[in-house]
Design a protein around this ligand. Structure first.
Ligand code: PLP
Length: 397
């Protein structure tokens, strides 16, 4: 049977694998050998599920919108990841990985972060588990995302500003990998999305798959069936999308729509539409689509939403796009902003700018009256208030 899940070598079609320096081979093989056994073990499941429930606040509600549904002439549900502790889906993954790290006997956690959201989610679980935490963050991002830096420090993490390259996410990632090479025996590297060398994309997808597991359990009571006609999610690296579609990947009744960030427009040179603009290459230890110049230099992406401006994309998603299993839509800055203001006024929910890209994709689709649509609201908009206020005044919204 054709499957869109990872194969035993860590590939999704042509994408994935583990392209890593020799010195990390032991670390990565150790992880490849350990992760499935741990993640499926009864003691892990128990601890993970208990923390998701009592600490993160799961299950997250599946909310049937009234006015948004009316606008689109179908039934639109929001999967409310914005209501999780720390305000987004990222906590699902960091809880899982820190439990794995402890079971592997690691004592020190490292992570990289762009916007700071993954850094905060990692620092949070490190405080919870009393583990040392070092977060690499480009110096430019440290300056742009000051509140998240303050949160990480309050939680006890050491934030290391990275001054190489453009001083953004890709440079922070390089620095985290360098750290891992120097401390392979005691250090666990928590990656924040479905990216990086195998087994990370599959591991993070599994840890986020609680989203679709819950959708499957929540829909029957509301709709009398356990699958929607459409699933929509935004994609940066791809983790909230992977979690939302995981249990429906091989169910062709479900149409999958991925929304990527168009930035100022895909022809402007200021974009983060990796699937549309990228070519096959290697980034962060994985064979995938990468935004790169003619001679293979990774290009700096741009999006108004800091969580979506990653120059790569998870290998699972590259394969879903290549095979046509998922439709990919580009949503520009202004379309995402409009969608954020619209949801706020229609439903009283201020979404994260990332999630607003998924909402923007709704405008480009037409639905039938009996269509059931589930859209993952990956996070809340508190962190984006400065942008919303600024844009409101400049655009007179
Ligand atoms: C980080 C983030 C994203 C993008 O990451 P994915 O791995 O693609 O899910 C989307 N939404 C929010 C709220 C985020 O914090």
């Amino acid at each position: 049977m054709k499957t869109y899940q990872v194969n035993e070598n860590g590939y999704y079609g042509e994408f994935g694998g583990a392209y890593i320096p020799e010195i990390l081979h032991r670390c990565v093989s150790e992880l490849q050998e350990a992760y499935l056994e741990v993640l499926t073990s009864r003691s892990f499941r128990h601890e993970y599920e208990t923390l998701l429930r009592d600490y993160a606040g799961r299950p997250s509600p599946l909310y049937l919108t009234r006015r948004l549904s009316e606008r689109h002439g179908c039934r639109i549900y929001l999967k409310r990841e914005d209501l999780n502790h720390t305000g987004a889906h990222k906590i699902n993954n960091t809880i899982g990985q820190i439990l794995l790290a402890r079971r592997m006997g690691k004592t020190r956690i490292i992570a990289e972060t762009g916007a700071g959201q993954h850094g905060v989610a990692t620092a949070t679980v490190c405080a919870l588990m009393d583990m040392d935490c070092v977060v690499y963050m480009g110096k430019t991002d440290v300056e742009r995302q000051h509140t998240n830096v303050q949160k990480m420090e309050m939680l006890g993490a050491r934030v290391m500003p990275v001054t190489s390259g453009n001083m953004t996410l890709k440079d922070a990632t390089n620095e985290a990998i360098r750290d891992w090479c120097c401390h392979p025996s005691d250090t666990y590297y928590i990656i924040g999305s479905t990216v990086g060398p195998h087994p990370y994309p599959d591991m993070v997808a599994r840890l986020q798959s609680v989203i679709s597991e819950e959708i499957k359990a929540q829909l029957p009571e509301k709709e009398g069936r356990d699958y929607p006609d459409y699933l929509l999610a935004c994609v940066g690296g791809g983790s909230n999308a992977a979690g939302s579609i995981y249990h429906y990947l091989d169910d062709q009744r479900v149409k999958i729509i991925l929304a990527e960030a168009g930035g100022k427009g895909i022809d402007t040179g200021l974009s983060a539409a990796t699937i549309k603009l990228g070519r096959q290459g290697i980034i962060h230890g994985s064979q995938t689509l990468v935004m790169q110049s003619e001679d293979g230099q990774i290009e700096e992406p741009y999006s108004i939403s800091a969580g979506l401006d990653y120059p790569g994309i998870g290998p699972m998603h590259a394969n879903l796009a290549r095979t046509g299993r998922a439709a990919v839509m580009t949503v520009d800055d202004d379309e995402a902003l409009e969608a954020a203001f619209r949801l706020t006024r229609l439903e009283g929910i201020i979404p994260a700018l990332e999630s607003a890209h998924a909402l923007g994709a709704l405008e480009k689709l037409s639905f039938r009256a009996d269509d059931v649509v589930v859209l993952t609201l990956s996070g809340r908009g508190d962190k984006d208030m400065d942008t919303y206020v600024r844009e409101k005044t400049t655009n007179g919204k």
